[in-house]
Design a protein around this ligand. Structure first.
Ligand code: DCT
Ligand code: MG
Length: 482
């Protein structure tokens, strides 16, 4: 990522490349003229990369002039790089693409210039930052993340703080990541983040100064943490306990005599730790739909979770299931489980009966599970049922894989709240609840919306009704990837 050199040191003139290395390849891209910044990249790497680009049909300029269309730099901090570029006396700088080495390597791999992210114009930002809300539920966030390089770093740190129970910092990095995910442009200079909400000193320091080495130990801890929690049934606490005991791998756990807890997830670990594709989710939807229709033809079955938000991959498939007739939903869920069992595709089932009690509502703890009847399943999915191929590791010759499925059964009068809650993302939900509480004096959860001023529950048949009660513009599910 980006380091902080002294801008003045960058004023050094780039050493010209060996003329003999020039113009050997045939030019394929007349409109693209690259310039590689030597600073940090070094002379020999610059020379090597220039030859590579030329062999792939790119024009590479040795000298930075107004002819250049794409400036590529490696490991330079944005602020220093821009200060240097501004000092080069270029007329056409505003038109140039100023890009990180990632764009260059992607382009070399594809053998053509890959699309660039929207460029951040000098001194201004394409979306007025003043209009970016501190609440994710007032932002529209699609699955296209223009700032992955930063949001990944923030999420590594957030998980690390969560792991170490430093809640405030964890939340701060989550919120900052969520703000950057919503931007339709890529942050290329720290100054561009100046007026954005939720970006405090710590997060800005990461943007300015993230060095791979700093993230290394966090990553190591995180990789164990998510390795353990990826086992279905292992919560954060257990993962943490194992990590603190010095356990770093599954072999460590399986051979450690102190570990008595042996969750069901190990049964199909290889399969359920692998992402589920959209095609696989669709195939499972068909299977569940068929089972549901055979029992209750007019039942309501809805896809929720990440796939409803348009994600291409997820860790599980989430469905809501209910009946138009109030009070029949729990029996339907049990019958569906039975049917899946008879079809021999039920590999694992953890059923939780409803504990819904209106007197206990509204619940103030979001991270706690809701009270609806639900089951956490592992289902067997046959390759023949999926359009395309199954997600599997190379060399796996089985004709099926195991997939995690959550089926949640709210009564129809709570359906809209359950749909909104289970559609996520988690950050979107957290901010909806925070917004409701702080801005509207209302309590929202997966079951209901309670108006603290009027001291009454507000009814809703659809998600739109809930947004309307909250006085929020409706946000489509595919815009909730906060
Ligand atoms: N949820 C909830 N209450 C919880 C946990 C989660 O209401 N205690 C909501 C938030 C997201 C949704 O349920 C689905 O959860 P996941 O499957 O964990 O998230 P996802 O967005 O579907 O992500 P993935 O694609 O990884 O499955
Ligand atoms: Mg999910």
């Amino acid at each position: 990522m980006l380091h902080a050199p002294v801008a003045s040191r960058m004023r050094k003139r780039p050493r010209p490349l060996e003329p003999s290395a020039q113009r050997k390849g045939e030019v394929k891209f007349q409109d693209v003229r690259l310039y590689l910044v030597e600073r940090k990249m070094g002379c020999s790497r610059r020379s090597f990369l220039s030859q590579l680009a030329r062999s792939k049909g790119f024009i590479v300029e040795d000298v930075l002039s107004d002819k250049v269309t794409h400036v590529v730099s490696e490991d330079n901090d944005a602020a220093g790089l821009w200060a240097w570029l501004e000092g080069c006396g270029l007329k056409d700088l505003p038109k140039m693409q100023v890009l990180d080495i990632g764009w260059f390597t992607d382009s070399m791999r594809e053998g053509k210039p890959v699309d660039t992210l929207p460029r951040l114009p000098e001194g201004s930002t394409p979306t007025p930052v003043a209009t970016v809300s501190q609440y994710a539920c007032k932002r529209r966030t699609t699955t296209q993340n223009n700032n992955k390089i930063f949001t990944d770093a923030f999420e590594v740190l957030a998980e690390s703080y969560e792991f170490n129970e430093i809640e405030g910092r964890c939340l701060a990095f989550r919120r900052a990541a969520s703000v950057l995910k919503s931007l339709p442009w890529a942050v290329q200079r720290l100054e561009a983040t100046q007026d954005l909400p939720c970006l405090g000193g710590h997060t800005k320091a990461v943007i300015q100064d993230t060095e791979p080495s700093k993230l290394c130990s966090f990553r190591r801890q995180r990789s164990c943490h998510s390795l353990f929690t990826s086992v279905f049934g292992v919560g954060v606490k257990t993962a943490e306990k194992w990590y603190r005991r010095g356990l770093r791998s599954f072999r460590d756990i399986l051979t450690n005599s102190h570990v008595v807890f042996f969750p069901a997830g190990f049964l199909h670990y290889g399969d359920i730790s692998r992402a589920v594709s959209e095609a696989e989710a669709r195939a499972l939807g068909n299977i569940i739909d068929e089972a549901v229709r055979a029992i209750t033809p007019d039942a309501v079955l809805a896809l929720t979770g990440g796939f409803r938000r348009g994600k291409e991959f997820g860790h599980d498939v989430d469905y809501l299931l209910t009946t138009p007739e109030l009070g029949k939903e729990e029996a339907l869920l049990l019958s569906v489980i039975d049917r899946l069992k008879h079809q021999s595709i039920l590999l694992y089932c953890d059923y939780q009966a409803s504990t819904l009690d209106m007197d206990q509502l509204p619940c103030r703890r979001f991270e706690a599970m809701d009270h609806f009847a639900k089951c956490f399943l592992i289902l067997r999915l046959e390759a023949g049922q999926v359009e395309g191929d199954l997600q599997r590791v190379e060399g796996d010759s089985r004709s099926w894989r195991a997939v995690r499925v959550d089926l949640v059964s709210p009564p129809i009068d709570h359906y809209a709240f359950a749909l909104l809650g289970w559609s996520g993302s988690r950050q979107f939900e957290r901010d909806l609840r925070r917004f409701a509480r702080l801005e509207r004096k209302m309590l929202l959860d997966n079951h209901a919306l309670y108006d603290l001023t009027k001291k009454e529950f507000l009814e809703a048949k659809t998600e739109k009704d809930i947004f309307a009660h909250l006085g929020l513009e409706y946000i489509e599910p595919w815009q909730r990837n906060a």
